[in-house]
Design a protein around this ligand. Structure first.
Ligand SMILES: Nc1ncnc2c1ncn2[C@@H]1O[C@H](COP(=O)(O)OP(=O)(O)O)[C@@H](O)[C@H]1O
Ligand SMILES: CC(=O)OP(=O)(O)O
Ligand SMILES: [Mg+2]
Length: 412
């Protein structure tokens, strides 16, 4: 039985962070604009071995630094701040109507928000080998809730679901066709973010999503592009796993598969070691030797570090090349969307990309691009033939709306 207001808790476990939001929504009306959560929680595991836990309400913040991270315990303890201490917003966890979990890899089976059962958990676990940075963390979130309050319904919202209508030319790999039967195909990730941002782009432009040709650039620690036309995603850069495509913070993106064959053949690395190196020690961090964080790379460049400069140049070149490569399939481009920590905050990346795409008629307004104004804005000049949108991604809100819809459908 639903009361007038619905409490929806969202868990978004990433590779080096865990984000959580509690929304209190009215049952009769889903706001068009993202609601402000009444409680947010964050764990930052980015410095090796340590954890910073932060819980926040409109009036209070609790911050706890732990020298020894223990992901399971960190998640459990963060969520406990919902019902205790200065950030208490509920009396009891059982008060929460539903928990929405971002699940990165849903494989071929899950294309819709799905209630979590033992079977669903087993499948998320089975898929962990294909998304080792994400699916295990996603499961930890689910289990933390089960421990804190076993009877709250939980919903899985999949990153891969956005790609359910990907055409075969995009999802089939040029390998023996029979591999497809074994599930070897492109899945695509960051779908929750791309779905939110492409819909938001249509709103910002005051146009129907169906008539737009869009490329959404999700540039965070993980990076991917999604090409959308007629409201359908037709191509993306991540693939069978979130390791493919663009150069990322610690992930390599597309490289010659011959390199892996060579290293394994030489006996220099086991598969597990290569998995670690390509997922955690490559990308911006691997090339620069400095950091996966572009803010740190920038500082190193300013102090004359050439490898940091090379890493940045490679990041921009690869990003631009992959954007341009999506344009023929779209038959043109109406808007390019920048989102994720890098896309939203790094004006330098946006201007470098725009400059390299000038041949497409792209022109960024340097004043708009450099001024720190609120999120969700068009940065293109009036004469640019492509709109350039910076959009604050709202994965948690996207998941909350799926939960709201699920509850309403169940009770009507
Ligand atoms: N305020 C900021 N200014 C500049 N860069 C930022 C800022 N915030 C985040 N970034 C960049 O975004 C990256 C993280 O993006 P984010 O989307 O939060 O990552 P995740 O993949 O963990 O969700 C950082 O490594 C950094 O390069
Ligand atoms: C799929 C993925 O790479 O997610 P994130 O960017 O949150 O690590
Ligand atoms: Mg992210």
């Amino acid at each position: 039985m639903l009361t007038n207001s619905i409490d929806i808790l969202v868990l978004n476990a990433g590779s080096s962070s865990f984000k959580s939001s509690l929304y209190r929504l009215r049952q009769d009306n889903l706001p068009l604009e993202p609601a402000v959560p009444i409680w947010t929680g964050k764990i930052d595991w980015s410095s090796t071995g340590a954890a910073v836990i932060q819980a926040k309400t409109a009036d209070n913040t609790i911050e706890e630094e732990r020298t020894q991270a223990n992901r399971r315990a960190d998640i459990h303890d963060l969520l406990a701040y919902l019902s205790k201490g200065q950030t208490q917003v509920i009396q009891d966890m059982a008060q929460i109507d539903i928990v929405g979990n971002r699940i990165v890899h849903g494989g071929e089976k899950y294309c819709q928000p799905t209630p979590i059962t033992t079977d669903v958990k087993a499948e998320i676990d089975r898929l962990s080998i294909y998304a080792p940075l994400h699916n295990p963390a996603n499961l930890m979130g689910i289990e933390a809730i089960e421990q804190l309050s076993p009877h709250i319904p939980q919903l899985a919202v999949f990153d891969t679901a956005f790609y359910r209508d990907l055409p075969a030319v995009a999802y089939v790999y040029p390998v023996p066709y029979q591999w497809l039967k074994r599930g070897i195909r492109k899945y695509g990730f960051h779908g929750i973010s791309h779905e939110y941002c492409t819909r938001r782009a249509a709103e910002l432009l005051g146009r129907d999503l169906q008539e737009l040709r869009l490329i959404s650039c999700h540039l965070g620690n993980g990076c991917s592009l999604a090409a959308v036309t007629g409201g359908r995603c037709i191509e993306t850069t991540m693939g069978f796993t979130p390791l493919d495509g663009l150069m990322m913070g610690t992930r390599c993106g597309s490289i010659d598969p011959g390199i892996i064959l060579h290293l394994v053949r030489e006996g220099e690395y086991t598969i597990e070691e290569l998995d670690r190196v390509l997922n955690f020690e490559s990308g911006l961090l691997g090339v620069s030797g400095v950091s996966n964080d572009l803010r740190e790379i920038d500082k190193a460049i300013d102090s004359g570090n050439e490898r940091a400069k090379l890493a940045l140049d490679m990041y921009i070149d690869r990003l631009t090349a992959r954007i341009a490569a999506l344009v023929p399939a779209l038959g043109g481009l109406d808007a390019l969307i920048f989102t994720g920590g890098v896309g939203e905050h790094q004006a330098k990346i946006r201007s470098a990309v725009a400059a390299k795409l000038a041949f497409l008629g792209v022109e960024i307004d340097p004043d708009l691009n450099n001024t720190s104004i609120p999120p969700d804005r068009d940065l293109a000049t009036d004469r640019s033939s492509v709109r350039l949108l910076a959009i604050h991604t709202q994965e948690e809100w996207q998941i909350a709306t799926a939960c709201w819809q699920y509850l309403i459908d169940r009770h009507t």
